[in-house]
Design a protein around this ligand. Structure first.
Ligand code: TZP
Ligand code: MG
Length: 223
């Protein structure tokens, strides 16, 4: 799997909890949405099944869904990343692992992850970025929330698009994917701030037409 930062261009994140607004089985909806998003050209997918409405209480079903998502991503040669759950990521041979500041510690992940795995870390302030910039093994930062988000119950306050430009001025060189409350309307505000791409949940999972939405997002250049 390539670790080129172009994989960050349109980074889709979702779990079963993000498909609860649709009637019926959320796992089936997630697979359906992912399939359409892959066909339309997302560059990366992160399986993030956690929090209220997720399959966290049913590990068997959760693993089954993760494996189905992985297989869809493989078919489209799009990297499949697992959020936070190192055990799952290694067991199902994900292409990468992503962790947050209050999740499994990145140092622990670095110790366990084989060298080919893509490693991402969430960043919400300058001190976190400066500390993690020194860890060579980290491939990219997920920076945000840029705008207020409805998709993460314990989200920090929004940092705004200018925060990315500020990180670049402070010497942060790692590839950055901007995350949190990003949609087709506010996306132009991220132009020329220094991010390699955007990560989104609801702008894709809640779109009327998934393919059209992904194509629309891909047309808006930010760097
Ligand atoms: N981390 C920071 S904001 C966020 C995560 C997982 C949620 C992003 O979801 P949305 O719907 O694109 O705001
Ligand atoms: Mg997290």
């Amino acid at each position: 799997m390539n670790k080129n930062s172009s994989l960050l261009r349109l980074y889709f994140i979702a779990g079963s909890q993000d498909c609860r607004h649709l009637p019926g089985d959320p796992a089936r909806h997630l697979l359906n949405i992912l399939q359409k998003a892959l066909q339309a050209g997302i560059s990366c997918f992160q399986f993030r099944d956690k929090g209220p409405g997720s399959l966290q209480q049913d590990r068997r079903k959760q693993y089954q869904l993760a494996e189905q998502c992985r297989d869809l991503c493989r078919r489209h040669q799009v990297p499949f990343i697992v959020n936070d759950d190192v055990e799952m990521g290694l067991a199902i041979e994900a292409d990468g692992l992503h962790t947050g500041q209050s999740d499994t510690r990145i140092e622990k992940i670095i110790r366990h992850a084989p060298p080919h795995l893509i490693l991402g870390l969430s960043i919400n302030n300058q001190a976190q970025a400066l500390a993690a910039e020194k860890l060579e093994r980290i491939d990219y930062f997920g920076v945000g929330p840029i705008f207020p988000t409805q998709s993460k119950a314990d989200a920090q306050a929004a940092v705004g698009p200018e925060f990315i430009a500020a990180l670049r001025r402070q010497g942060i060189r790692k590839p950055i994917v901007a995350i949190g409350g990003i949609n087709q309307e506010n996306l132009p505000q991220l132009r020329h701030k220094g991010a390699q791409g955007i990560a989104l949940i609801s702008a894709i999972t809640r779109a009327e037409n998934i393919q059209q939405r992904v194509q629309q997002l891909l047309k808006i250049q930010i760097d």
